[in-house]
Design a protein around this ligand. Structure first.
Ligand code: GLN
Length: 254
């Protein structure tokens, strides 16, 4: 009788517990959390809409490959650089992937992944411009993009070279201002500027005008999202080992 009760109890437990346990399997936990990842609007070859209207780039394809490797889901928030950093800091987004440089100042507010791309900052001018050096900027207006490494660099040398800094919220608007001659030059990440010039932007990069920048990393709010950061780093390591990472870089840089 006692045994019978035990068996019945075990069957009941099995019936109740098993479906719950099954529900905790990998397929469920996958869809449990959909990370919100904030990114740029136009920062080729990292984050941009290509000529066929598809949003992609190194950052976007890398994130997707990492998410597949680690089995997590995400949704992109295409909101621009400054807004992306704010979204992560205010908890509206879980992470930011936007050609974001790993600076010491930012490390106070963000945790960064392993770096994935080296990028210097460069001066860029309108095609055919007389401006060839920093000295030529004396008395001129120079364009930068808000909250970027390039903006910080420009501000740090503005007094020394006698130019005024004008801020823009996105790169295409900033280039347009330089092309139309409102501002004499802009500061931008070298790989981004080079990609734009190669693809028809009416601008040029004066010789020897690059300054050291910082490598790019994926970022989350400081101490707030270790889980996502761990997955990102593991995934990045895996796609580097498999050759997928290099395939993505080559696709956009060759
Ligand atoms: N790499 C630069 C920075 O982090 C610019 C990034 C961007 O404009 N998306 O400041």
């Amino acid at each position: 009788m006692k045994d019978m009760k035990k068996i019945v109890a075990l069957i009941l437990i099995a019936l109740v517990v098993m479906p719950i346990a099954a529900g905790c399997g990998s397929s469920k936990s996958k869809s449990d959390k959909k990370y919100k990842i904030a990114t740029e609007t136009a920062f080729p070859p990292f984050d941009f809409t290509d000529s066929s209207g598809k949003f992609g780039g190194i950052d976007i394809e890398m994130l997707d490959a990492i998410a597949k490797d680690q089995g997590f889901e995400y949704e992109l928030q295409k909101i621009g650089f400054d807004a992306a950093l704010l979204a992560v800091q205010t908890g509206q987004a879980d992470g930011v992937i936007a050609g974001m440089s790993i600076t010491d100042e930012r490390k106070k507010k963000f945790d960064f992944s392993t770096s994935y791309y080296e990028a210097e900052v460069t001066l860029a001018v309108a095609a055919g411009s007389d401006i060839k050096s920093l000295e030529d900027l004396n008395g001129k207006k120079v364009a930068v993009k808000t909250a970027t490494n390039g903006a910080d660099y420009a501000k740090s040398i503005a007094d020394q070279y006698g130019f005024t800094v004008v801020e823009f919220s996105d790169s295409p608007t900033m280039y347009q201002d330089v092309i139309t001659g409102n501002t004499a030059a802009c500061f931008e990440d070298y790989p981004v500027m080079a990609y734009n010039v190669k693809n028809g932007a009416k601008m040029e990069i004066p010789e020897g005008m690059t300054a050291a920048g910082c490598p790019y990393g994926f970022a989350v709010a400081k101490d707030k999202n270790e889980e996502l950061m761990t997955k990102f780093n593991k995934g990045l390591e895996n796609i580097k080992a498999s050759g997928k990472f290099q395939e993505i870089i080559d696709k956009y840089t060759k």
